[in-house]
Design a binder for this molecule. Structure first.
Ligand code: PRT
Ligand code: ZN
Length: 290
């Protein structure tokens, strides 16, 4: 066995929290079986040279920067806040949220100048500081690690800068969102330098991740169409290359198979029905290699 055959890719994921389940699921969808024991710090995959380290999300950038882990999965917000020597390799499309400024609902909010010389509570002091600097605002930043949303209510700060997803936490704490500081989602980060062997493993993993994500973004569509409308229907369904057309036993009709984007299918489906398409089936795709 040479050096490269011994290589193992070490991936750091969140031990418990909003990202842990989706991160584990992603590896599973990539066909990687990890024996997740309870309360473990480390686990190995049985069918891919990969080891999983379970960490607090805040610690993942440091572990990757120090080459203790080769890659990691965490929120982009934490990656930017920690500003470690790591690179963002791939957006992963889950845990979408935004980091926003908010003030008390009853506050008259004229614009970002509201925050001039005010106090803002946040767990993201670096991101907030660089946002305010760009806007020419000088404010006092109070760094707190949790329950940021209660700060204005108890008189600790005039406003907050925190993660918002549905907005219901702001609402229940009597706050309103005023400015989006950054949008975020889960991303894969990696060490600045990976050896040839590890890079090859990462490329293999990324190929699988992209196939899974492409599949999630697309649906397989099957429908029956009158032959005289096939050309119009094809123009609505570009497919991966071109749609497959199969004659039906019923003369004058064909079966059309193609792939459409998940977020476009409602719009396309109305147009297909107008063109006389029948028996429309939309089927999930498990993997899509493009
Ligand atoms: O223990 P550990 O340090 O590992 O975890 P953590 O508590 O620091 O993080 P965790 O698990 O709460 O979140 C991990 C990542 O998920 C964050 O860094 C974000 O990238 C992402 N994410 C997505 C969110 C949310 N959505 C989210 N809604 N992180 C936090 N929230 C919180 C937010 O702080 C606020 O309290 O949910 C509340 C707002 O949600 P809504 O839906 O009421 O607006
Ligand atoms: Zn954390």
């Amino acid at each position: 066995m040479n050096q490269r055959d011994n290589e193992i890719l070490r991936v750091a994921i969140q031990k418990s929290g909003r990202l842990s389940e989706k991160s584990q699921e992603l590896l599973k969808e990539c066909g990687i079986s990890v024996n997740h024991g309870s309360n473990k710090l480390k686990a190995s995959a049985s069918n891919f040279p990969l080891e999983v380290l379970y960490l607090r999300d805040d610690d993942i950038p440091q572990y990757v920067a120090d080459n203790v882990a080769d890659i990691g999965i965490l929120g982009e917000n934490v990656v930017i806040e920690k500003a470690k020597e790591v690179k963002v390799i791939e957006p992963l499309g889950f845990a979408k949220c935004r980091l926003s400024l908010a003030v008390k609902r009853e506050e008259n909010y004229p614009g970002i100048e509201f925050f001039q010389s005010k106090k803002i509570a946040t767990s993201y002091p670096h991101i907030l500081k660089s946002f305010l600097d760009k806007k020419g605002i000088s404010a006092e930043i109070e760094e707190i690690s949790g329950s940021v949303e209660i700060a204005p209510g108890i008189g600790l700060a005039d406003g907050i800068c925190d993660i918002v997803s549905t907005g219901s936490t702001l609402l229940t704490n009597g706050l309103k969102e005023t400015d989006v500081v950054m949008k975020s989602q889960a991303v894969m980060i990696g060490a600045m330098e990976l050896g040839v062997g590890k890079q090859a493993l990462l490329d293999k993993l990324l190929f699988r991740i992209r196939s899974v994500r492409n599949a999630q973004k697309n649906k397989y569509i099957l429908l029956n169409a009158p032959n005289d409308k096939i050309q119009d229907i094809i123009s609505l369904l570009p497919g991966m290359k071109s749609p497959t057309i199969l004659p039906l036993a019923n003369e004058g009709w064909s079966s059309v198979h193609s792939v459409i984007k998940e977020d476009e299918f409602w719009e396309v489906i109305d147009k297909l029905k107008d063109l006389g398409a029948q028996g429309i089936l939309i089927v999930p795709i498990e993997k899509m290699i493009v």
